[in-house]
Write a protein that binds this ligand. Structure first.
Ligand code: FAD
Length: 465
């Protein structure tokens, strides 16, 4: 047993089960302190996540109390300056779980060098991922660029390696403080009307994540392959924010699915596989975090139309399935995957606005925002990604609505102003022409662009590259 305090740097691991850093620290030290670095600047661009993180901190602090572990929150402008001061203290060993964004991995190298130099014991452990991103590669050692062969190889690899054994968290002898000038979690969650709404939809805790997983794998999973396409059916797991913030480890999800081998498990695990694939992509091809994966899109003639962008963000494009998606996002901090594809395609192809604008907006509004999935998701939609939808496949928002929200219930849920519109017109209300039901441009806008014209224009623009 090491006499030093075991420090655990908490990044996105708000869980006890399969938290390698926490388990190892409690095994090796009598006293453990978990600390979270709150960087206000980061949350300026990820506003919705402030709510999730502050709730998670509040909840996790209580949980850690039961193990005599203090959770200390420290506000800082830069991780580097925080650690540069910490190197001077020698009364600790430090543990953290890896997060798989290139910036964090680069920073891990900086920390490793300096902890070594200062003779401070440090341990970087496997984070919330099935494979370390570099473990699954082609036979010739190069990274996969296409999902299907990646997944074929990865699945085999996982079957041998996971689930790994769950390490226990050991109760510490006594609770201690380590840092001065800590702050309260409330400071991260200022009263904001927007955040209040999330409380109606989410309860950020490890228990909720496990409950949602069990609920999903005990029944919904069997119909997942089909139901996952229909936004009005709660056919997906809605685990994404819990995965993002580490309330559940993906190995736990894998274990649960493999245990029951229900219909739908394979399809569901393949979606988890997309997350793995995306993490691998951004690390092998980090240029895609700053621009197009496919360089030919650098020449794409994007347009800068502020009014269109505002209409899109506010769910006022005049295309109900697009607007419903954007309102769902704003109200709940989440959007159904099918609708993410539809609203994304609309922004990029109908409005010819650079996908990076959509990426920024999603980053700010999504509770499940993660760099790998968001950048890859947007480039999939735009056609500029590694294994992307071809640019010339342009979603027709009317047909998408009629196919995946046949009764219009999803649209009516998020656009109450269309609640009396008959099914026949629900995805093209401009054709209704009955002012006693809907006053177009007063109750709801007419389409900001015509689908046919926008489609032709997009295909033309594509020809230029
Ligand atoms: C434009 C765009 C942006 C996106 N941005 C994000 C993002 O920031 N964060 C995020 O987690 N997902 C993102 N996705 C992927 C996907 O939409 C969400 O993961 C999914 O909707 C989450 O809901 P769920 O948990 O019910 O998914 P389920 O269908 O239940 O899937 C289970 C899990 O698998 C993973 N997953 C599912 N679909 C995908 C996918 N297409 N790509 C990668 N992983 C997937 C997620 O971790 C998800 O929680 C984006 C997709 C698009 C098209």
């Amino acid at each position: 047993m090491n006499k030093n305090t075991g420090l655990v740097w908490l990044k996105e691991d708000f869980r006890l089960k399969r938290n390698n850093a926490l388990a190892d620290a409690t095994k090796n030290h009598n006293n453990v302190v978990v600390f979270y670095l709150y960087k206000p600047h980061k949350f300026k661009l990820q506003e919705a996540q402030r709510w999730w993180v502050s709730k998670s901190l509040e909840e996790f602090k209580k949980k850690l109390n039961n193990f005599n572990i203090n959770l200390e929150i420290i506000q800082t402008d830069s991780y580097k300056s925080f650690f540069d001061k910490l190197f001077y203290r020698k009364d600790f060993s430090i543990y953290w779980n890896r997060t798989y964004e290139p910036n964090y991995l680069k920073f891990d190298n900086y920390l490793s060098e300096n902890f070594k130099k200062n003779r401070i014991e440090f341990y970087i452990l496997k984070g919330n991922i099935l494979n370390e991103f570099h473990e699954v590669k082609k036979n010739d050692g190069t990274p996969f660029k296409v999902f299907t062969p990646f997944w074929r190889t990865a699945e085999k690899f996982y079957q041998e390696k996971i689930p790994s054994k769950v390490k226990k968290i050991i109760k510490c002898k006594r609770k201690i403080n380590f840092f001065k000038n800590t702050i309260d979690f409330n400071k991260i969650n200022p009263e904001k009307k927007w955040f209040k709404k999330f409380e109606n939809f989410w309860s950020p805790s490890e228990e909720s994540a496990i409950k949602e997983l069990k609920k999903f794998t005990s029944s919904k999973i069997m119909n997942y392959s089909n139901a996952r396409n229909f936004p009005n059916i709660a056919g997906t797991s809605k685990l994404s924010p819990f995965i993002k913030h580490g309330q559940i480890h993906v190995e736990t999800i894998w274990e649960e699915c493999v245990k029951y081998k229900r219909n739908g498990s394979n399809k569901f695990l393949a979606e988890i596989g997309w997350r793995e694939f995306n993490h691998s992509l951004i690390n092998f091809f980090p240029h895609m975090l700053k621009g197009n994966y496919s360089r030919k899109f650098d020449k794409f003639p994007w347009e800068r139309n502020k009014d269109f962008l505002i209409a899109w963000k506010n769910g006022l494009t005049g295309y109900p399935i697009v607007d419903a998606g954007m309102r769902e996002l704003y109200s709940t901090g989440w959007m159904h995957n099918r609708v993410r594809m539809i609203v994304g395609s609309f922004l990029v192809k109908h409005l010819l606005i650079n996908w990076s604008e959509g990426e920024k907006f999603f980053k700010n509004c999504l509770l499940d925002y993660n760099e790998a999935n968001n950048v890859s998701g947007w480039q999939w939609v735009a056609g500029s990604g590694a294994d992307a939808a071809p640019y010339f496949r342009i979603f027709n928002p009317i047909l998408q609505g009629e196919k995946f929200d046949k009764e219009g219930n999803y649209v009516k849920k998020w656009l109450p102003e269309l609640s009396n519109v008959p099914k026949k017109f629900i995805h093209k209300p401009w054709e209704l022409k009955d002012e006693s039901i809907l006053k177009l441009d007063k109750d709801y806008p007419s389409p900001i662009v015509s689908h046919e014209k926008a489609r032709a224009k997009a295909l033309n623009a594509f020809k230029k590259i």
